[in-house]
Design a protein around this ligand. Sequence first.
Ligand SMILES: Nc1ncnc2c1ncn2[C@@H]1O[C@H](COP(=O)(O)OP(=O)(O)OP(=O)(O)O)[C@@H](O)[C@H]1O
Length: 658
Amino acid sequence: MTGKQHYDESSFRVLKGLEPVRERPGMYTRTDSPAHIIQEVIDNAADEALGGFAKKIHVTLHLDGSLSVADDGRGIPVGLHPEERVPVVVLAFTRLHAGGKFDKRDGNGAYAFSGGLHGVGVAVTNALSTRVEVEVRRDGKIHRIEFSEGGEKVSAIAVLGDCGRQSGTRVRVWPDGKYFEAPRVPQGELERLLRSKAVLLPGVSVRLDIEQAGGAALTKTWSYPEGLAGYLREQAGDIEAVAPLYTGEKYAGKDDPAYAPGEGAAWALAWFEHTVPSESFVNLIPTVAGGTHESGLRAGVFDAVKSFIEHHALLPRGVKLQQEDVCGRMSFVLSARLLDPQFQGQVKEKLNSREAVKLVSSMIRDPFEIWLNNHVEAGRAIAELSIRQALARQKSAQKVEKRKTSGVAVLPGKLSDCESEDLADNELFLVEGDSAGGSAKMARNKETQAILPLRGKVQNSWEIDPDRLLANAEIHDIAVALGVDAHAAGSAPDLAGLRYGKVVIMSDADVDGAHIQTLLLTLFFRHFPELITRGHIYVAQPPLYRVDVPAQGKKRPARRLYALDDGELAAIRDRLEKEGFKPDAIEVGRFKGLGEMNPDQLRETTMDPATRRVLPVQVRADALDETKRMFTLLMGKGEASGRRAWMEEKGDSVEADI
Ligand SMILES: Nc1ncnc2c1ncn2[C@@H]1O[C@H](COP(=O)(O)OP(=O)(O)OP(=O)(O)O)[C@@H](O)[C@H]1O
């Protein structure tokens, strides 16, 4: 360090109010367009409808680019909060983590199920808008309040008049263009969102008015009395399903020992020869990146179809059915309801709650099997399609197998190989250390997961000549296990012999682990770049902490949560505290390394595709040169001085590897 920068008490900043949102909008919302900050407002209207309090959601796209969202729900309370002595509506729009959706478990909360849970939503909307107007009808009066300058200026609450017995909330938002790449909400995205709310809330009328210059507004309305099935039919268009659609729903009852009353799912499924897009939701929030509820659906469907096929003895000899064979041609609309869903981030695109796998699979499995047995024709058609898929898969795997056995390389002795030959399913875990390798061996699914333990650190291969690469024993083992040829690398990358579709780097969540990751990524990027550009490489994200939460009354059994890092741990503690847990009632343990996890924990958090967290490694095609420069700077031998300069400039923005 040059020592020029000063660092004293005055360089310490505490961000107040909505400042953190404006400083780092990307942490709280999507910044490609204001669509997500509008979704927060729509989600709140939908939560009122989900609770049975609202029958209408009405959105207007104004000419000046602002949007209004109106509902006929209960109206946001306007009176003073008993402790904060500030009107509740002001808290909702100006304080992070203020909301009416936290206390759910005692059954006395204002909302049972809701998409909202963090109490962050509309405060973010406000922070990133030049102006927000809120009109509340409640207790016989129409109230109005205005926020401006990103929520910094708040008007007094004005009473505009009487409204009799009417109630509801109307919020108009003027997004601040400077925070978004595109200043307007894409109309298509807005329509998709509103349509999905209509699908999931049969009986609620959803309407969009688009104001036109000098003319009457264009109006669109959505209503799906048939719910999910109607939606799936609409998605399929002219494509015909191989069997009639199957719809159902199931929710836990009062005496269910494993789930809170009302938790469960509704679904519509169909099988097609061609691809028809699927969609899933959790408490009405679209989960475009899927998640654990989708994994549960697939698991339950697979079990039911497998059991139907066994029962009717439909499986030809030598065919082994996998989940992908059954679910690969299935399209679905899934709407899961969870009391306490955990999403990946505030944008909520992916569900992370591990218990959702079991919840959804157990809800769908039996009803679907009964349906199959009552509709044997349909069951046979689905079975035939699945078996055809399995045969096609096995045939292509045989081809690869033939090529493979003609090679001369002998697989390394410490590799625990998997049974599947299918690149679509099988994965190789490169595991740091023998002891973690042992746990991983016990935790794996033998059919699709192979383990290669690595001893110590792999050599830095940035400057090794391709001809001499395999002289290093560790690198030799990795290349042979993977089935990629080092000599071909660089000149004509050849992945024809590749033995696994996914390669997962699994190292401890500490500095050494990060170093091992870097060394392996260096090896792949330098010598087998195609593995990266074609999306074969992944990095496991083992948790650093486990959090044991005791049972809460009869409704909620004890739970175990995991946190990736200190940030996630703080967020979990925060939430649990708001749910009424005393800090000392919660037990937090820190994993010192992968080896400390027992096989069950390792499976759940890091290996089971349904519940694990892994990061795909990607390099955009247009960033290849830049990435190469960076690698050379950080891993190259003659670069010590450049490296030092880089660290002096950027050292503050990266974590130190010391
Ligand atoms: N249209 C509405 N009708 C009634 N109450 C509302 C409405 N909009 C907001 N609220 C109240 O304001 C609170 C704060 O809303 P906000 O969007 O900030 O958070 P949230 O919905 O609780 O959680 P999340 O951050 O996950 O969206 C809500 O919990 C609810 O009590």
